[in-house]
Design a binder for this molecule. Structure first.
Ligand SMILES: Cc1ncc(COP(=O)(O)O)c(C=O)c1O
Length: 476
């Protein structure tokens, strides 16, 4: 396998140098735990032979070049602070004067990126699935409507695949934007594995996006926190993005993380097709078994009935509870406490299982067997299939997220907050989409909705006051 970083680390170990440089654990000797000793043995810093991520000319340059080749990018930059930092780089590179299309289901790293850059977001509505209460896509028509009503948009983002595995109509959207010379950037945090098997959805860059961000650790054999930012041919601000990457990246990036990117890429290039083929088949069989268990269902092609959904990641297995007397949170706890199975997440009516080629073969059987057992133990009754009624329209933006972040804030009762500018985000779960973000005006609908969330005791992320009595607003 061609893994330049790992090979350079091995070479450095073989030289048995006296380590009079960082880090302080001295090749793992400072740890008295074997697991950490093993990591420490390859945890070095920018000594000669190991290159420098801020001025790559050796093994890191070569590893990034190999990554760009593998993922079909013009240039790829390693990220050691997750996909989050790739999104921050792109938004910062766009600059304060920019107006950027952002899907409303964007991950919270977008809010951070908007605060750092000062860019003005124009949010695009998502297509919701009523039974799940989550966003599955953004329709090309929704993008077109924004383009028609706003002439000064300078860039656009999509989240594809979504956390739930659904893929957007990237090609159509890239074409729409291309007609106006607006670059499309895709948060593809969950889709790094797609390029290694043609039976998986096509990757965003292949579909016409000009930049994409991968959270490599999510789906690849790569250490947590490792990500990559790909810039495609014709991406307008490549040099600025490189400068932002320098600005936002630690001067001591972790070599175990970067070497794991290299090893993960090489592993998938060499064995990815077979591994992904097998994992896909196993997940499909498991899905079929679940669809035969009373009380549960798991969609595959049916996802495409939602407008704007062009495909789905076969390794994401969403288990919907159709008619059992338990909700997704309880199901998740049962799976952990009684069957030693930890799923990725739970919602009102579902749990989300994430498989990878590196799950042992019986993991699929364990999930199906556990669900069968649970189905036999729990009473069957139909459930409320619409957990997220009356989501308020996206409120108007009075200040950019950055202006709001830098303003002083005060606490007001939610009932009295109508017309004020929010200084915080409120994102009920489900759907995990904010009903208000910093800088937006708190509308009557938002107030009503927050009161409803409080009454229903629906968990809300982002608000300082967890009891939902008050909200932080900009003190004007
Ligand atoms: C869609 C999406 N984008 C971006 C991120 C941020 O990724 P990371 O945690 O690697 O920084 C996540 C994290 O879960 C995510 O789900």
């Amino acid at each position: 396998m061609n893994t330049p970083i790992y090979q350079a680390l091995q070479e450095y170990c073989r030289e048995r140098n006296v380590l009079l440089h960082m880090p302080g654990h001295k090749g793992g000797k400072g740890f008295n735990l074997t697991e950490f000793q093993a990591i420490g043995a390859v945890d070095f810093t920018e000594v000669p032979g190991l290159d420098d991520l801020h001025d790559p000319r050796g093994v890191l340059a070569e590893a990034q070049r190999l990554a760009a080749e593998a993922w079909g990018a013009e240039r790829s930059l390693f990220l050691v602070n997750g996909a989050t930092s790739g999104i921050h780089c792109l938004l910062l590179a766009m600059g304060e004067e920019s107006r950027v299309l952002v899907p409303r289901n964007a991950h919270r790293s977008f809010l951070g990126g908007l605060v750092i850059s000062g860019a003005r977001p124009i949010f695009v509505e998502c297509e919701m699935d009523a039974a799940l209460g989550v966003a599955l896509s953004v329709r090309p028509e929704s993008i077109k409507a924004k383009l028609d009503s706003c002439s000064d948009i300078t860039g656009a983002f999509l989240v594809s695949p979504t956390y739930y595995g659904t893929v957007n109509e990237i090609k159509e959207i890239a074409e729409l934007l291309g007609e106006r010379e607006i670059p499309l950037m895709v948060d593809e945090a969950h889709g790094a594995h797609f390029v290694f098997h043609p039976g998986y959805p096509r990757a965003a860059l292949q579909e016409g996006a000009q930049a994409s961000v991968h959270g490599l650790h999510k789906t690849m054999p790569v250490l947590t926190q490792a990500g990559i930012l790909h810039l495609g041919a014709g991406f307008p601000w490549s040099d600025r993005v490189q400068a932002c990457h320098d600005l936002l990246t630690s001067t001591s990036p972790s070599y175990p993380l970067m070497a794991s990117i290299d090893i993960g890429r090489a592993t998938m290039q060499q064995h990815g097709y077979d591994l992904l083929e097998q994992a896909k088949e196993r997940t499909e069989r498991c899905r079929q078994r679940i669809n035969g268990i009373p009380g549960f269902a798991s969609r595959s092609r049916e996802f495409m009935e939602t407008e704007g959904v062009a495909g789905y990641d076969p390794l994401k297995l969403l288990v919907e509870i159709t008619d059992l007397e338990l909700d997704g949170y309880r199901l998740s706890r049962l799976l952990r406490e009684h069957y030693c199975i930890q799923v990725e997440m739970a919602g009102e009516n579902y749990v989300l299982a994430m498989f990878s080629p590196f799950n042992p073969p019986d993991d699929w059987d364990k999930l199906a067997a556990a669900l069968k057992d649970i189905s036999q133990r729990y009473a069957h009754r139909s459930r409320d299939r619409n957990p997220c009624p009356g989501f308020p329209p996206i409120p108007p933006l009075a200040l950019t997220p950055r202006e709001s972040f830098l303003s002083s804030a005060k606490t007001v009762k939610i009932e009295e907050s109508k017309g004020m500018i929010s200084a915080e985000m409120a994102a009920p779960y489900p759907p995990g989409i904010p009903c208000v973000i910093p800088g937006e005006i708190i509308t009557a609908e938002v107030v009503e909705y927050l009161i409803y969330l409080k009454q229903k005791e629906i968990p809300v992320q982002g608000l300082r006051d967890r009891s939902l009595q008050s909200i932080q607003v900009v003190d004007v």
